[in-house]
Design a protein around this ligand. Structure first.
Ligand SMILES: NC(=O)c1ccc[n+]([C@@H]2O[C@H](COP(=O)([O-])OP(=O)(O)OC[C@H]3O[C@@H](n4cnc5c(N)ncnc54)[C@H](OP(=O)(O)O)[C@@H]3O)[C@@H](O)[C@H]2O)c1
Length: 242
C-alpha cells in the first residue's frame, strides 16, 4: 500500500471505528498517534500495537486542546502526514427536546472539534503534502426523524470536506471523507440493541448486515495512499445510501 513510514493523528482513536483505523494503518507501517478524552482505551490500544503507537489526551471541543494534540503528534512522530478526524458523539432526539448543552456538545465535538484539529494540522500537512480524512456518516444523506442535529452536522462535515479540498489542494493537501453506515461500536449500541430498528436497518442495506469497525478502515487506507482524489465522500455502508 506504500504507507510505510507515514505519520497519522487519529482523533477518537481509542475505540470503535477509530481504533480499527489505527490498527489498519499501523499494520501498514504507519506511526499512529491516537487521542481522545479517556486515557484507558488509548493506553490499551497503544500497548496492543507496540512500537510506533502513541497516545495523547485531547478533548477536541475545548479551545487549546487540539493544538496540544497536534504538537504532541509532531513532537513524538517527527511530523504529520495524515489527520483522521474520527472523534464524534451521537444523539438521536426530536429537535424540540434537545437542550442547549446537547447542541453545544454535538456541534462542539463533531464540527468545531474537527475544524480546530484540522486548522492546527494544516502547516504540518502542507509541509508533508499530507491528507485529511474526515469520518462522516450515511445519515448526512438519509433524513430520518430525530436526526436533525447529528445528521445535520455530518452533512456539514461533507461540505467542509469539499470546501477544504478546494482551499488546500493548491498546497498539495488532499481532503476526503468516509461515511460509515450503521456499524457495531459503543456509539451505535443504543440503535443495535433495539431489535426493530436493527431489522429495519439490515433490511434497508443491500449487503444485508451491519458494519464492523474493520469494514470502515479499507476506505481510509485507500484515501491515505495519495490517490489523485480530493473533495470526495466514500460511502462505506453496505449500500445503505446509494
Ligand atoms: N457506529 C456507527 O454506526 C457510525 C455510523 C456513522 C458514523 N459514525 C462515526 O464514526 C466515528 C467513530 O464513532 P464510533 O462508532 O467508533 O463510536 P465510539 O466508539 O463511541 O467512538 C467515538 C470516539 O470519539 C471520542 N470522542 C468523543 N468525544 C470526544 C472529544 N470531545 N474529544 C476527543 N475525542 C472524543 C471517544 O473517546 P472519548 O470518549 O475517550 O473522548 C471515542 O473514542 C464518529 O465520528 C461517528 O459519528 C459511526
Amino acid at each position: 500500500m506504500d504507507l510505510d513510514g507515514k505519520r497519522a493523528l487519529i482523533s477518537g482513536g481509542g475505540t470503535g471505528i477509530g481504533a480499527a483505523i489505527a490498527r489498519a494503518l499501523h499494520r501498514e507501517g504507519v506511526q499512529v498517534m491516537v487521542c481522545g478524552r479517556r486515557s484507558a482505551p488509548l493506553e490499551a490500544l497503544c500497548a496492543e500495537l507496540g512500537e510506533g503507537a502513541h497516545w495523547t489526551p485531547c478533548d477536541v471541543s475545548v479551545s487549546g486542546s487540539p493544538a496540544k494534540a497536534v504538537d504532541a503528534a509532531v513532537e513524538q512522530m517527527g511530523g504529520l502526514d495524515l489527520l483522521v478526524n474520527n472523534a464524534g458523539v451521537f444523539l438521536a432526539k426530536p429537535l424540540a427536546k434537545i437542550s442547549d448543552e446537547e447542541l453545544d456538545l454535538v456541534i462542539g465535538v463533531n464540527l468545531k472539534g474537527l475544524l480546530a484539529l484540522t486548522r492546527e494540522s494544516i502547516p504540518h500537512l502542507v509541509s508533508s503534502k499530507g491528507a485529511v480524512i474526515n469520518i462522516g456518516s450515511v445519515s448526512a444523506n438519509r433524513p430520518v426523524p430525530g436526526a436533525s442535529l447529528y445528521a445535520g452536522v455530518k452533512a456539514a462535515v461533507e461540505h467542509v470536506t469539499r470546501c477544504l479540498a478546494i482551499e488546500l489542494g493548491p498546497s498539495g493537501v488532499r481532503v476526503n471523507c468516509v461515511a460509515p453506515g450503521l456499524t457495531e461500536t459503543p456509539m451505535s449500541e443504543p440503535l443495535t440493541s433495539d431489535a426493530a430498528m436493527l431489522a429495519e436497518q439490515i433490511a434497508a442495506t443491500p449487503l444485508g448486515r451491519l458494519g464492523t469497525p474493520a469494514d470502515i478502515a479499507p476506505a481510509v487506507l485507500y484515501l491515505a495512499t495519495d490517490p489523485w482524489v480530493t473533495g470526495q465522500v466514500i460511502q462505506s455502508s453496505g449500500g445503505l445510501w446509494i
